[in-house]
Design a protein around this ligand. Structure first.
Ligand code: UDX
Length: 487
C-alpha cells in the first residue's frame, strides 16, 4: 500500500490571470489533502504575482507545497498580451521543453527529498505539458478553466466542422445579422438553443478550417481526450446536464467548483468565513473601494469589470460610459491601465467631476471576490469570463453580460437564458442598451426575480463545496485516483 505522502503532482497552468488563480486554488487543496504539490509558473508571471499577491507567500509556506519557475521563451521586454496567446503557447512548447522535462522527471536527486512526480495536473491548453508527460509516460489529468457549457461547445468543434456548420457558410456573410441568429445543430443538448453568435469567438472568426485559433482549439480537445481525467471549475447544480454530455466523451470528469469556495472549505476558516484578500492577481488590488462601498446604501451599486485581458476601442468605452452615467445608478468601475487605448481617465474625468463624483468610484484593480460579497453591490456588469461568472454565481449577484471573446459568448447565453440570473447584451452595444439593461437588473419585478434565482444558485454553490456536496465528493475521488497512480 502506498503511503499518503508518496503522491506528487506537478501542477502547470497556462500563464495568464484567468488560468493561474483557479489552478493555484486547486493546487492548494491538493496539498491540504496530503499530496506533494509542485506548482509551475513562468518566470514572468511568478514575478508579477509575487509583487502583487500576498497569497503566494502564504502558499509557499505550506509544508507540501512549492513553486518552481520556467522561462516562457519570449524576450524580457515582450509585452505578452494575452490576445497573442497562440505565440506564448508555441514559445513554451518549443523553447521551454527541457526546463519542463527537468521538473517532471529530474535528472538529479530532488533537493527537498520529495518523491518523484506521479501525476501531472496540466492546463488543457498547455500542449507543452501534455506532450512532455506523454514522452515521459507520466499520467496527466487536465484542467479546463472555462465552464462546462463552453468546454462542451469546444469539444464539439470537430463535429461542427464535419457537419459544415463552421466556418459559417459564405452565402450568409452578406446578411450577417440574420445569419448569426441561426441555431446550431452539432452541440448535443444545445440544439435549437445555441445560436451562431453564442459559439466561442474562434468559431465566429474562422474563415477556413485551417484558421490558427480553430486548429489550436482542436489540438486542445485532442489533448484533453487523451488524459486520465478532466477537472472543471463548475458544479453539478449549475451545469449537471452539460457535464453528462462531457462525461459521454470523457468519462472521468471531476466538477470541483466553485474552486474559490472549495478551497475555503479546506483551509482553517471554512466556506462561510468572511473573505480576506486571499486571491492571486497580476495587479495590485486597490482596497480603498471597499471603504467606498461601506458608505453606499445596500444593493445600490453596479460593479463593472471586464477581466484581465479584454480591451475596448475608445469609442466603445465612451458609449459604455454614457450609458452608465445616463442610468443614474451608483457604480464601482475597474478601469485597468490597459483597458482602452490612450488615457481614458482623462476623457471621463470631466463627467466624473460634474455628474458622478458622489456616485462613482474608479479603481485600477479591485479585490473582486470581496467586492461581489459586499452588501452594497446590486449587480455585476461583466465581460462573462468564466472566473468572474462563477464568482458572481457564488456571491448571488445578478449579471449584465457584455461578452467579448473566447468562451464569453457561451457563458453569457447560459446566464441570460438557461440559469436566468442575468441579461445578455451580446452584440447590442450602445449607450441606450447599457442604460436599459442596468435599469432592468436594478429596478422592479424583473430585478427581484433575477436576484431570487441568483440567491438560490449561490446557496446550491455553497452546498456543493460542503462535506457531502457534489464538488466535495468529486474532489475526494480525484485525490483517491491520484494516490492510486503512485502505487
Ligand atoms: C480569460 C477569459 O476572458 C475567460 O473568458 C476565460 O475563461 C479565462 O481567461 P479573464 O478575461 O481574465 O480570463 O476573465 P475571468 O475568467 O473572469 O478572470 C478574471 C479574474 O480576475 C477573476 O478571478 C477576478 O476575480 C479577477 N479580477 C478581475 C480581480 O481580482 N480584480 C479585478 O479588478 C478584476
Amino acid at each position: 500500500m502506498t503511503e499518503v505522502g508518496e503522491a506528487h503532482v506537478l501542477v502547470s497552468p497556462f500563464p495568464a490571470q484567468g488560468h493561474v488563480p483557479p489552478m493555484l486554488k486547486l493546487a492548494e487543496i491538493l496539498s491540504h489533502a496530503g499530496l506533494h504539490v509542485t506548482f509551475v509558473n513562468t518566470d514572468n508571471i511568478h514575478r508579477r504575482f509575487l509583487a502583487s499577491s500576498p497569497a503566494l507567500q502564504r502558499l509557499a509556506g505550506l509544508p507540501r507545497f512549492r513553486f518552481r519557475t520556467i522561462p516562457d521563451g519570449l524576450p524580457e521586454d515582450h509585452p505578452r498580451p494575452f490576445l497573442q496567446f497562440l505565440d506564448l503557447e508555441e514559445s513554451l512548447r518549443t523553447r521551454s521543453r527541457e526546463h519542463y522535462r527537468e521538473l517532471l522527471v529530474p535528472t538529479g536527486k530532488d533537493p527537498d527529498g520529495w518523491p518523484p512526480v506521479t501525476c501531472a495536473v496540466a492546463d488543457g491548453i498547455l500542449r507543452l505539458a501534455s506532450e512532455v508527460a506523454a514522452e515521459m509516460e507520466i499520467p496527466v489529468i487536465f484542467v479546463r478553466t472555462s465552464g462546462a457549457c463552453a468546454v462542451w461547445a469546444y469539444l464539439c468543434i470537430p463535429d461542427l466542422i464535419k457537419g459544415g456548420e463552421i466556418p459559417f457558410p459564405e452565402e450568409e456573410e452578406e446578411k450577417e445579422e440574420d445569419g448569426l441568429d441561426e441555431t446550431i445543430r452539432g452541440v448535443p443538448g444545445m440544439e435549437g438553443f445555441l445560436r451562431r453568435r453564442d459559439l466561442p469567438s474562434f468559431c465566429r472568426n474562422a474563415k477556413s478550417t485551417s484558421d490558427r485559433s480553430l486548429q489550436f482549439v482542436t489540438n486542445a480537445n485532442a489533448n484533453v481526450r487523451r488524459g486520465r481525467g478532466l477537472i472543471l471549475n463548475t458544479f453539478e447544480a449549475l451545469e449537471g446536464p452539460v457535464l453528462s454530455h462531457i462525461r459521454s466523451a470523457i468519462p472521468i470528469s471531476y466538477a470541483l467548483g466553485p474552486l474559490h469556495l472549495l478551497s475555503r472549505t479546506f483551509d482553517d476558516c471554512g466556506a462561510d468565513a468572511p473573505l480576506s484578500s486571499n486571491s492571486a492577481s497580476l495587479w495590485q488590488e486597490d482596497r480603498s473601494c471597499l471603504k467606498w462601498l461601506d458608505s453606499q446604501p445596500q444593493r445600490s451599486v453596479v460593479y463593472i469589470s471586464f477581466g484581465s485581458v479584454t480591451m475596448m476601442s475608445r469609442d466603445e468605452l465612451m458609449e459604455f460610459w454614457h450609458g452608465l452615467v445616463d442610468s443614474g445608478k451608483r457604480f464601482l468601475w475597474v478601469v485597468r491601465p490597459d483597458l482602452a487605448e490612450g488615457k481614458i481617465e482623462e476623457a471621463i474625468q470631466e463627467d466624473l467631476e460634474k455628474e458622478t463624483k458622489e456616485r462613482g468610484c474608479l479603481v485600477g484593480w479591485a479585490p473582486q471576490e470581496e467586492v461581489l460579497a459586499h452588501p452594497a453591490v446590486a449587480c455585476f456588469l461583466t465581460h462573462s469570463g468564466w472566473n468572474s461568472t462563477l464568482e458572481s454565481v457564488a456571491a448571488g449577484v445578478p449579471m449584465i453580460c457584455w461578452p467579448f471573446f473566447a468562451d464569453q459568448p457561451v457563458n453569457s447565453r447560459f446566464v441570460g437564458d438557461v440559469w436566468r440570473f442575468g441579461v445578455d447584451m451580446k452584440d447590442k452595444r450602445g449607450r441606450s442598451v447599457v442604460e436599459r439593461m442596468v435599469r432592468e437588473v436594478m429596478e422592479g419585478e424583473r430585478a427581484e426575480e433575477l436576484r431570487r434565482s441568483a440567491g438560490e444558485m449561490a446557496e446550491l454553490a455553497r452546498r456543493s463545496v460542503g462535506e457531502g456536496g457534489s464538488s466535495y465528493r468529486d474532489f475526494e475521488n480525484l485525490v483517491k485516483d491520484i494516490k492510486a497512480m503512485s502505487r
